[in-house]
Design a protein around this ligand. Structure first.
Ligand code: HEC
Length: 138
């Protein structure tokens, strides 16, 4: 009897903590606004993004719609290595762009890593295009 009771409480403790974990995962986006929850790299990336990049690309990587923004790409969830490669190409002058070349030249190689870490870590959810683009049923 005692054994069954201990097993039962163990079960409740385990499922309880699993539930707590799920809850934490769901509120992850809120947690990230508390800077102590961020890694050092993400914290530095966020600071740079807030001061330089967010005016055009948004803090979350969704291009802000200020006037000339049709040609500003979204950066959300883009691969980190891709972002680093692009920024280094702008910085070296391999790719020349009136805004991005100047901006990339303001960044150290470490800062390029940090901002790329920031934008690449933002999660998005992809919906099945077959369902989204299906003909309306009526
Ligand atoms: C003044 C507006 C502006 C600001 C500020 C700005 N960007 Fe950009 N960014 C652009 C535009 C416009 C492009 C498209 C350039 C092109 O066509 O080559 C671009 C392109 C990029 C690309 C290439 C994306 C791709 O898919 O080719 C990256 C990466 C990028 N920006 C990162 C950043 C980061 C990181 C910052 C902050 C340090 C930043 N940008 C700040 C306007 C801006």
């Amino acid at each position: 009897m005692k054994l069954i009771f201990s097993l039962l409480s163990l079960y409740f403790i385990l499922t309880g903590s699993l539930l707590a974990d799920t809850k934490q995962a769901e509120t992850g986006s809120v947690g990230a606004t508390i800077s102590k929850n961020l890694t050092e790299e993400l914290r530095k990336g966020k600071e740079k993004v807030q001061t330089i990049c967010s005016a055009c690309h948004g803090l979350d990587g969704v291009a802000a719609s200020g006037g000339n923004s049709v040609i500003i790409p979204n950066l959300t969830a883009q691969h980190k290595d891709y972002l680093i490669a692009k920024l280094k190409d702008y910085k070296s002058g391999k790719v020349n762009h009136p805004q991005m070349t100047l901006i990339a030249q303001m960044l150290t190689d470490d800062e390029i890593e940090y901002v790329s870490e920031w934008y690449s870590r933002i999660k998005i959810r992809i919906f099945d295009p077959n369902l989204i683009l299906a003909k309306p049923s009526n």
